[in-house]
Design a protein around this ligand. Structure first.
Ligand SMILES: Cc1nn(C)cc1-c1nc2c(-c3cnn(Cc4ccccc4)c3)c(Cl)cnc2[nH]1
Length: 287
C-alpha cells in the first residue's frame, strides 16, 4: 500500500534498489521501494567526490534539498527526504511513472496544440505556486520536467532555483536556449532574481512543445545574439492563439511579460483546457 514516507531518519538499508531510471550531470536515479511500507520512489544518488568540495554544486544540492522538501504541488516532483553515507548523498524523490518529458518530445517530434496547452496550464499553476513562495526555478526546460502516471507533468531538479532575492553568484553551464536576455547580458545581476525569468523560459518551453526545437536554437554566439534581440520566427502553421501567447512571454523587458494569472486565462489555454471531454474533440465551439 502506498504510504507516505514518514520517518525522519532514513538509511540505505530501508530501500530495495531496482533498475536504473536515468542519469544526470551529477549522479544517477534508481527505482526503489521502501521495505516497511512498500512505497515506490526514485532514489537519486550523488557521489560526494563528484561534488567538488566547496564548489557551487555542493551548495546547489543543499539548496535543492532545502527548497524542494518544502514544496507540495501536483506538478512539482516531491522530495520526501534525504540521507548520506561516507561517500554518497541520497535524495528520496517521487517516482514519475512516465519518465522524462524531453524523451517524449524527441520521440513525438512535437506535441499537438491541446497537449502543449495542457502542459502549459500545469506549468503556469506550478510556477504560480513557486513564485507565491518566492522560489524562482530559473532552469525551466524539457530536461527538467518529468511525466506522472496520469500524464501530468512534474517540475524536477531545483538545483538552480533560488529564494528571491538572493545575492549568491551563479556560474551557468548547459544550454543557453532557455536563458532570458537579462541573464545573458552582463551588467546588473539583480534581474537574475526576479521571478519574471521563469516567464521567459515558459515562453521558450511552449515554443519548443509546438515546434520541436527552441526558438533561438543556433550556434552559441548566434543564440546569444538572437536572445538579446528576442529574434525568433514562429512557423505560420502554429495557431494564432498560441503565437499570441508565445509573443507575450518572449518579451525583452521582464516587467512587460504576461503574468502567470493571465497565462492561465489566455484564450489558447481556455480553448484546450476546459474540464470534461477534450476540447479538440468538441464538435461545436463553447458558448
Ligand atoms: C526513465 C523512466 N522511465 N519511466 C517509465 C519512468 C522513468 C522515471 N525516471 C525518473 C526520474 C529520473 C530519471 N533520470 N532522471 C534524470 C536525472 C538523473 C540523475 C540526476 C539528474 C537528473 C530523473 C526521477 Cl528523478 C523520478 N521519477 C522517474 N521516473
Amino acid at each position: 500500500v502506498d504510504q507516505p514516507l514518514v520517518p525522519k531518519q532514513f538509511h540505505l538499508g530501508m530501500f530495495e534498489i531496482g533498475r536504473p531510471l536515468g542519469k544526470g550531470k551529477f549522479g544517477r536515479v534508481y527505482l526503489a521501494r521502501e521495505r516497511s511500507s512498500n512505497f515506490i520512489c526514485a532514489l537519486k544518488v550523488l557521489y560526494k567526490s563528484e561534488l567538488q568540495q566547496g564548489s557551487g554544486v555542493e551548495k546547489q544540492v543543499r539548496r535543492e534539498i532545502e527548497i524542494q522538501s518544502n514544496l507540495r504541488h501536483p506538478n512539482i516532483l516531491k522530495l520526501y527526504g534525504h540521507f548520506h553515507d561516507s561517500k554518497r548523498i541520497f535524495l528520496i524523490l517521487e517516482f514519475a511513472g512516465k519518465g522524462e518529458l524531453y524523451k517524449h518530445l524527441r520521440r513525438e517530434n512535437r506535441f499537438p496544440e491541446w497537449k502543449a496547452a495542457q502542459y502549459t496550464a500545469q506549468m503556469a499553476s506550478a510556477l504560480r505556486y513557486l513564485h507565491r513562495k518566492h522560489v524562482i526555478h530559473r532552469d525551466i526546460k524539457p530536461e527538467n520536467i518529468l511525466v506522472g502516471i496520469h500524464g501530468e507533468i512534474k517540475i524536477s531538479d531545483f538545483g538552480w532555483s533560488v529564494h528571491a532575492p538572493n545575492n549568491r553568484r551563479q556560474t551557468l553551464c548547459g544550454t543557453l536556449d532557455y536563458l532570458p536576455p537579462e541573464m545573458i547580458k552582463s551588467g546588473s545581476k539583480d534581474n537574475w532574481y526576479n521571478e519574471k525569468v521563469d516567464l521567459w523560459s515558459l515562453g521558450v518551453l511552449i515554443y519548443e512543445f509546438l515546434v520541436g526545437e527552441a526558438p533561438f536554437e543556433d550556434t552559441p554566439i548566434m543564440t546569444h545574439k538572437r536572445i538579446a534581440r528576442a529574434d525568433m520566427t514562429i512557423p505560420e502553421w502554429v495557431s494564432k492563439e498560441a503565437k499570441d501567447l508565445i509573443k507575450k512571454l518572449l518579451v525583452l523587458d521582464p516587467e512587460k511579460r504576461l503574468p502567470l494569472e493571465e497565462v492561465q486565462t489566455h484564450p489558447w489555454i481556455i480553448k484546450h483546457c476546459v474540464k470534461g471531454e477534450r476540447a479538440s474533440n468538441r464538435e461545436k465551439p463553447l458558448k
